[in-house]
Design a protein around this ligand. Structure first.
Ligand code: GRF
Length: 219
């Protein structure tokens, strides 16, 4: 095998799923290009045609596709169409970045061990929606974000990295969301890089970074 084909085989294919602005997708794409990861973002796929992130992807020469969930009668039919669109790009890693659809168990099993999600809370606290308001209502003094492997249970799964953000007096949900999002843009690219560089292993449900790098981003 030639050196060139060996290099090609080592280049991992990343497919990113979005539903909206796609700022996490942008952060991953930019760090991938700037740091020369052994990977490329092969495609960005959205369930919404008007997702802002699609424009960024197209402008950067990344393939885009839309699989509109409203066009399917059942969750399974949508999941199958989505999987077909994804598999055209033979992903080594599927990245959920603000993808606002719940995925069925069959879909999740298909990509198990190679699908990451980011959630704007310190899981296992506050899975689901409205995390920042719920954290404020609970009087939390610390909030944050979590990158985790996806399992069939919503917003669960082995934790790859977390960021911590202190709550300040007078914070509302929007202020908190903005500060947490800034940390998401740091931890998600780092976690994806670790995955494509084979730096992650899961031991009894706990993710270890093989080099012992910190999996916690402090303020
Ligand atoms: C992020 O806060 C992410 O944690 C959540 O949805 C938001 C997506 O933002 N799941 P963006 O589309 O990446 O800008």
């Amino acid at each position: 095998m030639s050196r060139a084909s060996l290099h090609c085989r080592a280049m991992k294919s990343i497919v990113i799923l979005i539903s909206g602005r796609g700022s996490n997708m942008e952060a991953i794409q930019q760090r991938c290009a700037a740091e020369g990861w052994p990977a490329r973002v092969a495609a960005v796929i959205s369930n919404r045609a008007n997702a802002g992130g699609l424009q960024f992807a197209a402008a950067h020469g990344i393939a885009t596709a839309v699989v509109d969930h409203q066009a399917f009668g059942t969750r399974e039919a949508f999941d199958d169409a989505l999987a077909a669109a994804i598999d055209r790009f033979a992903p080594d890693l599927l990245v959920l970045a603000g993808f606002m659809r719940i995925l069925g168990e069959r879909f999740v099993r298909r990509y198990e061990g190679r699908m990451l999600n980011i959630h704007p809370s310190l899981l296992p606290a506050f899975p689901g929606l409205h995390t920042h308001q719920r954290a404020l209502d609970a009087g939390c003094k610390l909030v944050g974000a979590t990158v985790h492997f996806v399992t069939p249970q919503l917003d669960h799964g082995p934790i790859v990295m977390q960021s911590v953000v202190p709550v300040r007096d007078g914070d509302d949900a929007d202020a908190l969301a903005a500060r947490v999002l800034a940390t998401e843009h740091q931890i998600y690219p780092r976690a994806v890089r670790w995955f494509v560089e084979d730096k992650l292993r899961i031991e009894r449900g706990v993710v270890r970074q093989r080099d012992g790098a910190s999996q916690l981003l402090l303020p």
